[in-house]
Design a protein around this ligand. Structure first.
Ligand SMILES: [Zn+2]
Length: 321
């Protein structure tokens, strides 16, 4: 367990020497989790953690017969401490998925903000915007303000911080539940494989470059305040978490998830291949070259599906990295 922190420090220094920035100071409150690689035992509703001893816990899922505990991670959550246990049974073979050349049907998914998912079969899934809808935004703002108005280090501040944290947790739980529901809807369709975009969410979330007036040295508007709102919406949608859940459920059903390069997927004409930003007008797609038109996001989902088909057929040059 102590080794883990040394490992974290080692990674930080390795990153530093490979030119990825100086290690950051970490406050005591940054360390909210630790992992045991060995020595954890579970007996009914009691768990043994080395150096800490036996303690009671709520055993939410019984460890199935024949499995051994591989590792345990303890995390501090807003409503207490969670322990997640990694188990293994060597006698169970890995899930076998279909070989690529046996894929006959594919479902394309286009992830978005106004609608969470558009599917290539024209089905749409709503985005409830758990933390960026009007009501949630207001409550979050109020709770946040209650924290920042209080004296630093005071008990009152801690109390209101806890209330804010609980709200964040509630929102996260709701989002996660909705994502499972959505992933289930997608995976349970009668297809062999599911095609999703290979997203670079952290790239999308990056801040705008600082603009400085050369003459006066003053900061100019760079659109960051507008980007901030979009960034929040992207985080709220939780695309990468959703994809993870889709992958998890797909494996269980022997289905394959194919990740494709989403470049220009919403700007490319599906009729003539013409790529142009002005092909798209809000929800509508109208090709400036040939006049082909359809719903822009469903079109994008179809493009993603077709790109996955290209991969299946063996054109690996289009394979997303
Ligand atoms: Zn066209």
């Amino acid at each position: 367990m102590l080794q883990q922190n040394v490992k974290r420090l080692d990674t930080a220094y390795k990153n530093f020497f490979e030119g990825r920035g100086f290690p950051k100071f970490k406050n005591r409150s940054n360390f909210t989790s630790f992992t045991y690689q060995m020595g954890v035992k579970v007996q009914g509703s009691k768990i043994y953690l080395p150096k800490l001893g036996w303690m009671r816990f709520h055993n939410s899922r019984v460890i199935p017969e024949g499995f051994t505990i591989k590792a345990a991670t303890i995390r501090k959550r807003q409503n207490g401490w969670d322990v997640s246990i990694r188990i293994e049974d060597k006698s169970i073979p890995d899930y076998i998925s279909k070989p690529l050349n046996e894929i006959n049907s594919l479902l394309g998914c286009d992830l978005g903000i106004t609608k969470l998912v558009h599917l290539s079969d024209s089905y749409q899934i709503e985005n409830p915007r758990f933390s960026t809808n009007k009501k949630a935004k207001r409550t979050l703002k109020i709770r946040q303000r209650r924290v920042s108005k209080k004296v630093k280090g005071s008990n009152n501040r801690k109390k209101s911080a806890k209330r804010l944290g609980r709200l964040h947790k509630k929102i996260a739980d709701k989002r996660s539940a909705y994502q499972w529901e959505t992933a289930n809807k997608i995976v349970s369709r009668k297809v062999d494989a599911i095609a999703v975009e290979n997203l670079n969410v952290s790239g999308m979330l990056r801040r705008c470059k600082v603009k400085i007036d050369e003459k006066t040295g003053r900061f100019l508007k760079n659109g960051q305040s507008r980007k901030k709102g979009l960034n929040r919406s992207i985080s709220d949608a939780g695309w990468s978490d959703l994809i993870l859940k889709i992958e998890y459920l797909a494996v269980k059903q022997g289905k394959i998830v194919i990740k494709v390069n989403p470049k220009n997927s919403s700007q490319e004409c599906r009729n003539c291949g013409h790529i142009d930003k002005s092909n798209r007008d809000g929800e509508k797609f109208i090709c400036t070259h040939c006049g082909y038109h359809e719903h822009a996001d469903i079109g994008a989902a179809k493009t993603i599906r077709d790109r996955a088909f290209e991969i299946v057929r063996g054109d690996s040059t289009k394979l997303a990295v």
